[in-house]
Design a protein around this ligand. Sequence first.
Ligand SMILES: Nc1ncnc2c1ncn2[C@@H]1O[C@H](COP(=O)(O)OP(=O)(O)OP(=O)(O)O)[C@@H](O)[C@H]1O
Length: 453
Amino acid sequence: MTDTILVVDDDLGIQKQLKWSFTDYNVVFADDRTSAIAQLRRHEPKVVTLDLGLPPDPANASEGLKTLEEIIALAPRTKVIVVTGNNDKENALKAIELGAYDFYQKPIDSDTIKLLVNRAQNLAKLEDENRILAKTRPGMGRIIGNSDAIQAVVRRAEKIANTDISTLLQGESGTGKEVFARSIHDHSPRKDKPFVAINCASIPENLLESELFGYEKGAFTGANKTTLGKIETAQGGTLFLDEIGDMPLGLQAKMLRFLQERVIERVGGRNEIPVDIRVVCATHRDLQNMVAEETFREDLYYRIGEIPIMIPPLRDRDQDIILLARTFLNQYREEFNAKAKSFSDGAINAMLAHRWPGNIRELQNKLKSAVIMAEGSLVHAEDLGLMEPAQGAEPETLNLREVREMAESRAIRRAYQTADKNMSKTAELLGVTRPTLYSLIDKYHLEDVKTGA
Ligand SMILES: Nc1ncnc2c1ncn2[C@@H]1O[C@H](COP(=O)(O)OP(=O)(O)OP(=O)(O)O)[C@@H](O)[C@H]1O
């Protein structure tokens, strides 16, 4: 079904121009506030372009801003792109403050406004899909993301949630391993029992055993009373062992015994205590490699990872980056009572081009400080600290060839995302042929683009 967009403009010439620009859409028009609202109610478009200079006061933005307010009040999720007079930045920013998605200054250039509208339409669709997913999947609802990469993982996690199969969540730091572990628990028959998490890397080796298995009174100096370990506390529920790769070898043997026999002995105790828990483990390390190097027990490796789940890094989740960024922006705006409401184009491009070595946690941190630092209603790339080469993945260089290569790779990635991963469209946006695009992808080793990630 063709998507509908609403163009609010009283200039017939511009109406015509836009009709020809948006051949992929069903374009409906309105030329004043009343007809705009009527069209909005009738067609429920996801995207509206709104000229701020509307009758009866076309020389002024007041009627346009009023129309914007009514649209947002009636359908707050609509992406409104306001069109302002040349150099009318003040009203453009006012519009953003009122909840417009973006602004565009006249004169209208068909290609640019087409890009803006396509992007707004894609985002609105993503947000809709995510809302539907969140409703239909109560357990996995906390996982934000529509990319194929993350949805494949969600489906895998849903399938195993109902079972007691032990799962090993693998992925870079900050990719959401703990979020997945919790979601698996929330989606399982054990959901009303405890979810207990322990990070094997953050507890000193000599304390980890008693943290996990508990201890009897008098087991060691300072053991004044019998204390339950995390395993027993999770009785009936789920135990999440984060950074399992950091568990010392000695303790690995004890852990394996527990997983095989489902009984534990507290430190200093003699009784075998039966425990019924589900175990979910996670690591950012390459456990297979550790097994080869004999720093991780092979038998334990197979025991904890009956079904492994690989959580993709944020850079492989295409538009999810923007979806997550908007979610965090709204969250922090409320938390810090800040002004920032939306992102500048530069910020969006910078976020799509960044490699996010710290994944979602890094995105959260960058957004938190950007929301606090941003001076107006727009968050810019500089607020996110993404323009500083020292913070980015790319080293500062003055070598022209390297600069050119970096700029080209970035442009290819950006075009690829903007074109919704469609190679013909990507080539078109870049102004090259498809064969040239493919050879550039090879030349710059853009594996994510090559594999369609
Ligand atoms: N898909 C997601 N949607 C929303 N928030 C997410 C998502 N994935 C992760 N987060 C948030 O990102 C942060 C990092 O996630 P989490 O702690 O689960 O990562 P991790 O892989 O366990 O990291 P580490 O290995 O460093 O412990 C958390 O604040 C979490 O709430």
